[in-house]
Design a protein around this ligand. Structure first.
Ligand SMILES: Cc1cc2nc3c(=O)[nH]c(=O)nc-3n(C[C@H](O)[C@H](O)[C@H](O)COP(=O)(O)OP(=O)(O)OC[C@H]3O[C@@H](n4cnc5c(N)ncnc54)[C@H](O)[C@@H]3O)c2cc1C
Length: 386
């Protein structure tokens, strides 16, 4: 495993320098899918990082996985976020798919350039309070029928399939939260809407409407959310924000080393004030990184105290540090940082946008306080009522 980890780490850095970083500016400007990055990352196995070895993947442990997401985010936050959403869907397949389907759904991830989405959000519900899915799934004979609207569906239109959070309504009108694994396209699936967000523009996340969409019965997974799964989701979001801020730190440092003002013989990096600010960012990000990797290393999948709580702490700390760091770095570099050339404003926009991902800071601080007071906590609370 150490060998796999080291090899994957080295090639990720190489691919990021050769392909992912050079594409990042146009991915952002055009709000387009980072296709060239996906292709290059897929060739070195990044899309199957979390697929178990017996299914043809790397079966990477969580801390190593988080390190790869962080490395990709240093070059392109949207590439890292899309890989993370895909890996989250792969995890859900591994956890919940029936044995006879598991190989069929994971094989394209191993052999081809296949990405899966993970779509939960709806216009009328917040994951950070009481998440209720108005998207329903009901049995009709041998199949199930899905109806509803999801928004912010990352990779909708190109994903070959997606895990979708739904409410299962049975014959007695009882409601139960479930996940379903839907194909990326087909009758009753409509992808629509403009995509012009502030940041994370390369995630291309339009809306998806399901209208009397029929799916096979074995695509419905009961018991949709595990503590480990929700913790992994939050840790991946954290790695995206941290990597993006670290990338910005590298860019700002290079700029300060190169920038010599008129009348001076030294670059601004020699100035004590500039050094002090850079040092402040270094310390902040290093502390956040330590908390993030402690959570990833300690992660015990089905144990909320060892998954959800450390992950909430990590996202809270990383989010705070990355937001502050990307802002401070723009201040250090000055006006030029607000123009697209350096990529600092992109990191600022990407971190601000990624920080909206759940759980939000109110949910995380509530959760940490409740845990402190001895309450059993979950990352998200689900409602299955009408
Ligand atoms: C670039 C991007 C990509 C995304 N990709 C995906 C994706 O692939 N899949 C996916 O599922 N989602 C995706 N999302 C959506 C994202 O997960 C949500 O936007 C995020 O969960 C925040 O949810 P929210 O908008 O409801 O805000 P929240 O912060 O959850 O809520 C907004 C406000 O409403 C308040 N509030 C919430 N509930 C209540 C209540 N019951 N009573 C009173 N006040 C309340 C909150 O306190 C908060 O102030 C994406 C978003 C972006 C920006």
């Amino acid at each position: 495993m150490d060998h796999v980890r080291a090899q994957l780490g080295a090639s990720v850095d190489e691919v990021c320098e050769m392909v992912v970083r050079p594409a990042a500016a146009s991915v952002d400007r055009e709000a387009r899918h980072p296709v060239e990055s996906w292709k290059a990352l897929s060739e070195i196995g990044v899309l199957r990082m979390r697929v178990p070895v017996e299914d043809g993947g790397f079966g990477l442990d969580l801390a190593s996985y988080i390190a790869v997401i962080e490395r990709i985010a240093r070059a392109c936050a949207a590439s890292a976020m899309t890989v993370h959403m895909h890996s989250t869907a792969c995890d859900a397949i591994v956890r919940g798919a029936p044995a006879h389907r598991r190989g069929e759904w994971l094989a394209p991830v191993v052999d081809e350039l296949t990405l899966y989405g993970s779509w939960g959000s709806e216009p009328g519900s917040s994951a950070s309070r009481l998440f209720h899915s108005s998207t329903t799934v009901v049995r009709r004979g041998d199949e199930f029928v899905v109806d509803g609207l999801k928004h912010f569906c990352t990779m909708a239109g190109v994903a070959r399939g997606a895990m979708v959070a739904c409410t299962l309504v049975d014959e007695q009108a009882r409601h139960q939260p479930v996940s379903i694994f839907v194909p990326g396209e087909g009758p009753g699936i409509e992808v629509f809407g403009d995509w012009e967000p502030l940041g994370m523009r390369g995630t291309v996340s339009p809306s998806v409407r399901f209208s009397a969409c029929g799916i096979e019965a074995d695509r419905v997974f009961i018991g949709r959310s595990s503590p480990g799964g929700t913790a992994q989701l939050a840790l991946g979001f954290s790695a995206v924000m941290l990597g993006s801020a670290e990338g910005a730190l590298g860019t700002a440092t290079d700029h300060c080393r190169a920038k010599v003002l008129a009348g001076s013989s030294e670059p601004i990096a020699a100035d004590p004030l500039v050094r002090r600010h850079l040092g402040h960012v270094v310390a902040r990000l290093a502390a956040a990184r330590a908390v993030l990797f402690e959570a990833a290393r300690e992660w015990v999948p089905d144990e909320p105290r060892w998954s959800v709580v450390p992950a909430a702490r990590a996202k809270y700390v990383v989010q705070d540090a990355a937001l502050a760091a990307t802002s401070e770095l723009m201040q250090i570099v000055g006006g030029i940082s607000a123009t697209p050339g350096l990529g600092l404003e992109r990191a600022f926009r990407d971190v601000r946008t990624a920080s909206l991902m759940p759980p939000n800071p109110d949910r995380m601080s509530w959760l940490l306080g409740a845990d402190l007071l001895g309450e059993q906590v979950q990352m998200f609370d689900f409602s299955a009522s009408q």
